[in-house]
Design a protein around this ligand. Sequence first.
Ligand code: AVJ
Length: 319
Amino acid sequence: MSTFDLTRTLPEDATGAALRADVTEGLTTTPRTLPPKWFYDARGSELFDEITRLPEYYPTRAEREILVDRSPEIAAASGARTLVELGSGSSEKTRHLLAALTGLHSYVPVDVSESALTGAAHALLADHPELHVRALVADFTAALELPDTPGPKLVAFLGGTIGNLLPRERAAFLKSVRALLAPGDGFLLGTDLVKDPAVLVRAYDDAAGVTAEFNKNVLRVLARELGADADPADFDHVALWDPEHEWIEMRLRARSAVTVKFPELGFAVPFEKGEELRTEVSAKFREEGVRAELAAAGLELTHWWTDAAGRFALSLSVP
Ligand code: AVJ
């Protein structure tokens, strides 16, 4: 018999408090920045889903190709009885791993979205009648307390979302992952790879304008959650490649001088014409860099799998 339970570790108004703190910190100083996690309200999550089906946005398809081709190898290398997935979302790509992990006892999806967790779990339980799903509503960048489940465990962080963290945040995140692992456990990490900048920029500035809508959606979130008078029509979507940091940046550029008022926070943010707000970095990686960052956190890279075109990588590392 399969089982399902869900644990909330986020305090009631954690989201509101975190958004207010991020807005205060990121918008009252220059250059103006906001963390990318605020894209993902219901509409933002739908837009991201749409992005994953765009012809220009290759990472999702490339990662799925690796999971389809390599899940048996990943399963054999890890031998996991518990799969922990950080930022599990719809768990769509995880199905391939779950099918390959034949000895699996427990699946622990971790996500800030309770609705995503319950929806995904019910779909999975139908296919895995013996599986124990122990869902955690939690922010994976904070310290996690995992349920007590049988080892060995495989912690997976897919999608290339690690690229949204700045180098210092990445180092702290990898150390917190390392702290979850015991001897015999493993860490499966998805990373998008450095490639022709034109291909990268197209992936973040698609012809249909879906990514532009996704980027501007953060302004709708500010309007709804904080009563800000942020108008998407006042800003242009910008995606550019930063060759020094080897990351894509998404920005919102003021089309003319505009002031965004935050009545609940007691301040207003003036933008000059052309002034930009950085809404996301999406770092791209090389094998040696991934190996070095893992090593700095006490993890040894043991496997490196890419899609046939070499666009995206999954790595397995061990403590
Ligand atoms: C979900 C973080 C992997 O950085 O490629 C897609 C988000 N931003 N298009 C990425 C995103 C713009 C995506 N991740």
